[in-house]
Ligand binder design. Structure first.
Ligand code: BGC
Length: 758
């Protein structure tokens, strides 16, 4: 049961939410959880990773491919649709273990005949271009059935239309939709092919769709079914001819057959889960919510390329411009780093591949080095606009500074690349562009910094930290701490190259001339100001002057709200002049640098900031869960964990900022859910050469069991109320050090060690 997500009734008001909730994906594309009879009005989308388009001066956003699954059913001329028909039974099911979407509906006609429809769909992992569907129907009395199935090219766009020069044609049993994107003239091709054993077929072409019209005199009780293969190719793929490739892909699919493709896919998902699964005993809902969170991360992670990463709303649509934010590096990466480092590397390669975009942004603002985009797409140029929010009262665009001032993004990228090296011991990423990124980020910070002569220290002024309600502040603690980390990393990277990879060092020097900067960066590291805990209270001030802001409770702030969608930050936002923060900021810093701060400091800051955090971002709750677990507030940690882990199940999240729609899936929360369990409740803290485990399980959890990869060595860890059992994989080649209950444990291949911690 803890692998099944289900809705047992049809609710019109859940169409949009279920589109997100029942999303399937394979890293190349995401297909929303919509019914086969839906159109763009119900937000059907086959959302493509890394294919972006811009129309006029509207936002550039990812492209949705024509919908090859559209299927409309008529019984004696009446449409059988959940939108208009009489629905007797309806079930929508997501099997997250095998990654299959299922639908079961029984309609009744006006004359009382029952029409049962069952369908299932999956996206192939072995051929990422392929979407497969099985569709069947059965009637309770003889009826005349018409099915219209094919390709609907009238796609849902937020800032489109993106597809132009549409051609709809038939070639060797396939329906083909061929189009080009507006801006870059990228080809997008969808080929559809079906296998059926009943009825007569004619082809109908409408302006934006090409459909097979299948007619059959259906007999009572007989199942009529067909399978469908849909292949999607774009100019971003390496194929010379997208149409050829799509036809070939369908031909191979037909050859293999649906059942074989299905069972191959099942096996590939089994292998993926084998690396990642976490088993919680004693709490079925938490188990489901956690698996569901991991499901979402796995279906959207690009495994096929280092040129794409995970957008803030995954592959659930065009929301947030399909852009990649710091969400990936800080909130999603840990899951991949600890379970499937190859995917983590892919995600970071994306940052290496978009370094030029970050360089362009730095120079556009007059800085050196790399200033990564706040909203990054295929080229790494910033998709974030200067006026990113519209005031709900006046309808005027508001000048926001997300793009200009969230300089921490460059530090987040450098931090993540360095973490990859520390956790995997794999130097290849550094050599394939990672070292260059870290150096360029450090250089950017040097050029951004202000040297305060009076105080003899470097400061970072006019920045925005994670808490976006307070823009353009000085010395944001999180930002300064992350910059310090970048500077520490750059010194180590340069050292590593110099001592171990002289040739690569020389080549890089030849390319970007960094040697002259080394002393400057060293100096900056030595004299960078990072806000420290107050000597008497232990509180770390979020930024200079934060303590002078209006002291107000969250309740009081909320009572001042006039419009539920009003933006609380920006120039006139209600939170701007108060201490209320949008999302974890200092608390996030304490999580990332947990070894630098005492338990008392962590506790003091959690208790200080928690009541005044609005959690206006879905990135916030998991951070409070993590620190709460560490400081022993396990009940609080559980509450925040559940909020994070259930966000896409319940749909309980902010849908608008100003007039901007921000709905969709929440991969950062999904990553946060995993972190809350493994880094929070299990208390895993991995550093370069040691893994510390300090468990604090929620009351009702009997145990958790999970996998970990560290420096290429694989472990299975089981934590019960009083013991930790570690099994080292037989394939391990190195001994690993664990610290559990202050005891040092060495684990060699095949070892099983049990340590009591209570
Ligand atoms: C948050 C950012 C986040 C973005 C995308 C915003 O609401 O404040 O921190 O990166 O959403 O998830």
């Amino acid at each position: 049961m803890e692998w099944i997500v289900k809705d047992e009734k049809f609710h019109k008001n859940k169409i949009e939410h279920n589109g997100n909730k029942y999303l399937i994906g394979n890293g190349y594309m995401g297909y929303r959880g919509t019914m086969e009879e839906y159109t763009k009005d119900q937000l059907v989308a086959c959302n493509l990773s890394n294919v972006y388009d811009k129309v006029g001066n509207k936002w550039r956003e990812p492209v949705n491919a024509p919908n090859g699954l559209i299927t409309r059913l008529y019984c004696n001329g009446e449409p059988m649709s959940v939108l208009s028909g009489e629905v007797l039974e309806h079930e929508q099911v997501l099997d997250i273990k095998n990654v299959v979407h299922k639908r079961h509906t029984i309609f009744t006609t006006s004359k009382g005949a029952r029409v049962e429809v069952n369908s299932e769909r999956f996206l192939s992992l072995s051929n990422i271009h392929l979407l497969c569907m099985k569709y069947s129907l059965r009637v309770s009395e003889p009826c005349s059935i018409v099915l219209e199935t094919g390709i609907d090219a009238d796609v849902w766009d937020i800032n489109g239309p993106h597809l132009e020069e549409l051609t709809l044609r038939v070639e060797s049993d396939n329906l083909l939709a061929e189009a080009v994107t507006h801006e870059k003239r990228y080809e997008v091709v969808v080929a559809e092919r079906i296998e059926r054993t009943f009825g007569e077929e004619t082809i109908e072409r409408q302006q934006n769709s090409i459909l097979r019209k299948i007619s059959v005199k259906a007999e009572a009780g007989i199942e009529y079914s067909f399978v469908k293969y849909v292949s999607v190719f774009t100019a971003q793929d390496e194929e010379k001819d997208c149409s050829e490739a799509a036809l070939r892909s369908n031909a191979v699919a037909v050859e293999k057959g649906y059942d074989q493709l299905f069972s191959d896919n099942k096996e590939l998902w089994r292998q993926r889960w084998e690396k990642a699964d976490v088993v919680i005993e004693g709490d079925d809902y938490a188990q489901l919510a956690l698996r569901y969170s991991m499901y979402h991360l796995m279906i959207i992670a690009p495994t096929h390329t280092g040129r794409a990463s995970i957008p803030a709303r995954g592959l659930s649509g065009q929301v947030y411009k399909g852009a990649i934010f710091w969400d990936t590096e800080i909130f999603m990466l840990p899951f991949f780093l600890h379970t499937n480092p190859q995917i983590a590397k892919n995600l970071l390669k994306y940052r290496c591949n978009t370094l030029d975009g970050a360089r362009r942004k730095a120079s556009e603002y007059g800085y050196r080095g790399a200033f990564y985009a706040w909203e990054s797409q295929d080229s790494g140029d910033d998709a974030c606009t200067y006026f990113n929010v519209t005031d709900v009262f006046t309808g005027r665009p508001m000048r926001t500074y997300f793009r200009d001032k969230q300089i921490h993004i460059s530090a987040d990228v450098a931090y993540a690349i360095w973490q990859y090296y520390l956790m995997t011991g794999d130097e290849s990423l550094l050599l394939e562009g990672g070292a260059e990124v870290i150096i360029e980020c450090a250089r950017f910070f040097y050029s951004y910094a202000y040297f305060n002569m009076g105080k003899n220290r470097y400061e970072l002024l006019d920045v925005t930290g994670p808490d976006e309600y307070h823009e353009r502040v000085n010395n944001n603690a999180y930002t300064n701490a992350m910059v310090r980390c970048t500077l520490e990393a750059v010194m180590k990277v340069i050292d590593l190259l110099r001592t171990k990879y002289k040739k690569e060092y020389d080549e890089l020097e030849e390319k970007i001339y960094f040697e002259d900067d080394i002393d400057k960066l060293k100096d900056m590291l030595k004299r960078l100001y990072v806000p420290e805990p107050d000597a008497s209270t232990g509180i770390i001030e979020q930024f200079d002057g934060y303590k002078r802001l209006e002291d107000i409770t969250l309740k009081e702030l909320k009572s001042r709200i006039l419009n539920p969608n009003e933006y609380l930050g920006g120039g006139n936002g209600l939170a701007t002049a108060t201490k209320v923060l949008k999302q974890a900021d200092v608390v996030l810093m304490l999580n990332l640098f947990k070894d630098r701060y005492s338990m008392e400091i962590k506790k003091a800051n959690w208790e200080y900031y928690e009541p005044i955090t609005e959690h206006g971002s879905s990135l916030s709750a998991c951070v409070y869960a993590l620190l709460a677990a560490e400081i022993g507030k396990v009940d609080w940690a559980y509450k925040y964990f559940m909020k994070t882990a259930t966000i896409d199940l319940t749909g309980d999240s902010k849908q608008y900022v100003g007039t901007l729609y921000i709905g969709g899936t929440h991969p950062a929360s999904n990553g946060g859910a995993w972190m809350a369990v493994i880094l929070g409740f299990a208390g895993v803290n991995a550093s370069q050469d040691v893994i510390t485990i300090n468990p604090r399980l929620p009351e009702k959890w009997e145990s958790i069991k999970f996998k970990l990869v560290h420096e290429g060595q694989k472990f299975e860890v089981k934590i019960t109320k009083d013991a930790v059992v570690i099994k080292a994989d037989n394939s391990n080649s190195m001994e690993e050090t664990f610290i559990i209950a202050n005891e040092k444990i060495m684990c060699r291949s095949g070892d099983i060690k049990e340590i009591r911690y209570q």
